[in-house]
Every structure is written in structure tokens, then in C-alpha cells.
Design a protein around this ligand. Structure first.
Ligand code: CA
Length: 230
């Protein structure tokens, strides 16, 4: 049974979400304030977190950052209606999805399923869980990449993007395909998000010799992780 942690101070909202998610077979844990949220997260080890932004004690962005220091557990932020700045700061801190309030519970349940499917496919147990390209090692089960034995630090989304390319080397993907894979089908931002993510990844991997592998831009087509197969 998949576990969902709801961090939300409005009890009525929390209870409605709990009822709908339980009906869909999820096990639910609830926490009603910012303080102590990370302790509950560590104790319950949820498969997904629904995280309100405005919380007493400590806000949701803060908690998201704490969660990201632990692992890549999917997080859906519950934001105030139309709050564009929150959305942007969320991209920086690595939330997996956003739902604006007021929302209908069915929508939240659908998003929970979508995000869980996505995270399952990006960390799926494909034959080998580790690929080594020269000095670069991509580990799909621990969700890490190492270069020369040192872990490369990237946002969870950039990491997902690189791991997806690393799992499918020498294949060309359009920006739309990458958005579907990494951001999800319901992403409504621009292709530029992909370009910016690729730029950050290249920078993080600048010490990786191009002879071992590199992300290539194929004009008019998309991106490819080009590696020498041997
Ligand atoms: Ca709130």
C-alpha cells in the first residue's frame, strides 16, 4: 500500500484529501504545521507528500528543501491560487507538481497517481540499475550520478532528466518528449525549461571528457546523450 503524507494546516482540507485518497487505497498520514513535519516524513517514509505552502511555524518551501536533502520522494505543492512566484521558486526547489487552491479532491487524487507513475517509470527496475560511461556512473536505484567517484549535485528534476538520457544513450529525444518524461504530461511551461536544465547539467558535468560522453544538441530535433559504446 502506497503511503501519502499530507502536510496541511487546514483540517477540513486535510480530512477531505485523506478520505478521497483512502478510498483509492492509499495509507494516509497527516501533519498540521511546519514544525516537526520533517520528523514525520523521516518516521513514516511516505511514497509521496502533499505539501501546503502556507503553514504555521515553517513554510512549505522550507520543508521541501529539507525533504530534498534526504531523498527524491515525490512532492506535490498545494499553492495559493495563481501564485506565479511560488511556482517559480518551486521549480528551483524541486517540487514534482503544483496544485492551486481551491482544488477539487478528484484532481488531487489524479495528480497523485500521475506523479507516482512518473516517478516509478523514472526509477523503474530496468535490467541494469547502474550504467558506467567512462568515469561517469549513473545509478538508477539510488538516484545518483558520480563523476570520478564524487557525487554530482543537481536538482531532483535535472537529475531525473540526466538519468533518463543516461538510461537511453545515443537516442534522440525532442524537448516535448523530455518534458513528458521528466516534467509530466500536464506541464504547461515552455521548452526553454529543458534548455536551461541541459545547460545546468552540462555545467555540472564539465569535467566529464567528451570522448566518454556528452549531451549533444541536435538542431531542430532535440537532445541526445552521446556515449561511446563499449
Ligand atoms: Ca495553509
Amino acid at each position: 500500500m502506497k503511503k501519502v503524507l499530507i502536510i496541511e494546516d487546514e483540517q477540513a482540507i486535510s480530512m477531505v484529501l485523506k478520505a478521497y485518497l483512502q478510498r483509492d487505497g492509499f495509507e494516509i498520514f497527516q501533519h498540521y504545521e511546519g514544525i516537526g513535519a520533517i520528523d514525520v516524513f523521516e518516521e513514516k517514509k511516505p511514497d509521496l507528500v502533499l505539501l501546503d505552502v502556507m503553514l504555521p511555524g515553517k513554510d512549505g518551501w522550507h520543508i521541501l528543501k529539507e525533504i530534498r536533502q534526504k531523498n527524491a520522494c515525490p512532492v506535490i505543492m498545494l499553492t495559493a491560487l495563481g501564485d506565479v512566484d511560488y511556482r517559480l521558486s518551486g521549480f528551483k526547489s524541486g517540487a514534482d507538481d503544483y496544485i492551486s487552491k481551491p482544488f477539487i479532491a478528484e484532481e488531487v487524487v489524479a495528480r497523485v497517481h500521475a506523479v507516482l507513475r512518473r516517478s516509478a517509470s523514472s526509477s523503474s527496475t530496468n535490467t541494469a540499475n547502474i550504467r558506467q560511461y567512462g568515469n561517469l556512473r549513473a545509478d538508477f536505484s539510488s538516484y545518483t550520478i558520480q563523476l570520478n567517484g564524487e557525487e554530482i549535485s543537481l536538482t531532483p528534476r535535472d537529475l531525473s532528466l540526466f538519468l533518463f538520457l543516461a538510461k537511453n544513450p545515443n537516442q534522440i529525444f525532442t524537448r516535448d518528449q523530455l518534458i513528458d518524461q521528466v516534467w509530466g504530461m500536464d506541464y504547461d511551461g515552455s521548452d526553454r525549461a529543458v534548455d536551461l536544465a541541459i545547460k545546468r547539467i552540462r555545467k555540472a558535468l564539465e569535467k566529464w571528457p567528451a570522448a566518454e560522453g556528452e549531451i549533444k544538441t541536435l538542431r531542430g530535433m532535440g537532445y541526445q546523450l552521446s556515449v561511446s559504446e563499449n
